[in-house]
Structure formats: C-alpha cells, structure tokens
Design a protein around this ligand. Sequence first.
Ligand SMILES: [Fe+2]
Ligand SMILES: [Fe+2]
Length: 397
Amino acid sequence: MFISLSFTQVEINEFVNQYHALERKVPLVAISHNARTNMSGAKLQDFGFSAQLEQPIDMGPLVKQLQQLFPDKHKWDGIEASQEAKESELELSDQDFLPIATQDFLQTDKCFFNVFVRLNANKFVKILNAGDPFDRDFAEKYNAQKFESLWVKKSEHQQYTNLSEKNASSGLKRQSADVGRRIAHLGDNVSQALTRVGLSDDNLLYADRFLEHSVGFLRQQRLEGNGFTKMLDDLANSEHCAAVSVIAGLLASHLGFESTKAVKVVGLAALLHDVAIYKDRKEFPAELPLMLTGADLELFNGHARDGAKILAEMGIFDEVVIQAVAQHHDKKTNLEGHATNLVGEIVSASDLFCHQVVQAANPQLDRFLDRELKPYRPQIEAAFRAIFKRKPGRHAV
Ligand SMILES: [Fe+2]
Ligand SMILES: [Fe+2]
C-alpha cells in the first residue's frame, strides 16, 4: 500500500490506523513528493512503513518497489512472443481479443502481453511482443493517436488473471484456497448463491472487482459534493443491486464493452436500477412481483420510471444509464417491440436472472437459459451460456 506524505499528519494517522486494523498486512510504503516531507528512519518505523520513495518522477520507482516486494509477480513464464509479425496488417478474429482502455494499460518493465491495435473488424496490427520493453510514453503515444483501447488475446488475459490471483494470494501469505473468502465486496449470500448456480472462481473474482469499481465510481461522485450519501450507501449495500451489477458486468465483458465504459455505464445502471425501491426500503421481496400487493405493488409498478426520474434530477448520470433504468422491466412486461438500448437489455436480463436464479428459493439455471432470454437480442443468451458454460438446445423444452 502506497501512502503519499503530502497528506496532513492527521490524515496519514487515520490511514495508518485503518491499515493496522486490517486483518491481513500488505507492505506499507511512503511516497514523499517533496524533500520537506521526507520522513526519518525512526519515524518511518513508528508508522510501520517498510520503505520510503523519495520524489519519484514517474511510475518507474513504484513499479521497481513492487518488483522487490512481490518478486514472483514479475516472473512471466506463461506467455511468450506469439508468431505474428509486428507492424503489419493481420487478419485475426475479433472473438479472440479483448480491449483494454489505453489509459488503464499497466506499465511494467517488460510487456506481459502480445499487444495489438485494432484497425477495424478482424483487422489488427501487432505493436508489441510479450517481453518487449515499454517506451516511457507508450500509452500517451497511442492515446494521442486516438486509440482508446489496446487489444490482447483473451487466452493470454485469462492466463494473466490466473497468475495474478495466484501471486496475490502467495504474496500476501494467504492460506485459504477458498475463493469465497477472497471476495471482499460481494456479500456472503451473493457470492454463495453465484457459486451455487455454477459461476466459476475466475468469474466470481472478476465480478467482485467489477462491483468494487462501480461502487468506487459512485463514491467518487458523492465526494464531489452532490449530497446523496445515504442513498448511494444503501444501494451499494443492497444484495440485490450488487448481484445484478456483477452479472451485468460479466455480460458486458462478454459483449465486448471496454472496461472503463462497462463500469461507468453498465455497472452504474445495474447498481442503480431499483433506486426508486431501495432508496426507502432496505428489504423488498426478491422474487418477481406476482405475489406483491398493496403499497408494495404500487411501488413496484412505478419504480423503473421513478428511478429514471431520480437519476435525471441528480444531473450526473449518462443518458444511457437513465434510459436503461427506465426500461429495465420492459422486456418482462411484454413490450418486446419496445426499443430498449443494449445497456438496458443487459441490466434487464441480469435483473431477471437474479430474481429467477440467484435469489430464487429453487434456482433453475437451464430453464432460465432456455426460456426466459428469448425476448432479448441473441447475444445476451450467448453471453449467459458462455459464462455458465451451457451449450444451447440441450435442455430445450
Ligand atoms: Fe426493478
Ligand atoms: Fe431489480
């Protein structure tokens, strides 16, 4: 954990106290941006810092520090330079590639991936071999040329995710191989339910990270002073909203949304989809509304449109998010002809999945896949089947 010494003493104390309260310890490193804030050896020890980086000029010293702290993480045996030649146009399948937002591209001393830019459908140019060193201004160069994403092979990315998880757990001396315990942001019920219906460990970890980013983004909005603190906390803590959000994140990833956009649009729409219900009611029946009566039914009937209105009035959300919230029950109310946007369909299908499978007393995944997704565009069913490794047709009824 890196802590900047540019914070005030009071703030640093608060961070360090929170750190000491953590059950598992990660190395704590001070960053001093200015000679005036450099700490003496004794003071570093008092705070529990294991090292101090003095006036780093860029990410380089931080990466070096990480290499020393986690040497295993930088052994990269799994991926080698692939066959394709660099700097020439290649015919490769879009299906095999995954975009990573250029500004999110992690810089290490050597590149972990074979990296491509995508010219258009199924046309790529390889720009880096795995193992190549990075230019200092690598990401800026491609950003300046308006390449919003760099592309890596899905298979390599999967290998990398597995390796990172392995290294993270060994680096932090974690004993348990139980993924459920490493899920920090999904509630116990949600992660157990997702495991029960067949979500793999990798997907579960991805889902957890996705939720963390979406909640982080909401918190950031809150910090910027729009004053909806309690409402946002209630939503972030609602199991239903969390479950819908992680399923929506997995769908978005399978449908090719690049990561930043997926978090800012799909993640937020999913977390906020039932804002009109959960802003006032911590508990609401999780099964679909057949059994609702009275005030519950009234609240349910208006909640999609009311939710969209609440978000529009807040004035900080993308129109796609607002529209997705407004439309998230349209598919289930026989409005098949209604022009829902793709984000709305992702949220709607994820919501339905959570009601009928994740939060159902008697979950029936195959029945859901075979029957319930017909009103949605076919990519949605294909993405669900890919996530749960279910072939089409086998369980047709
Ligand atoms: Fe809803
Ligand atoms: Fe919902």
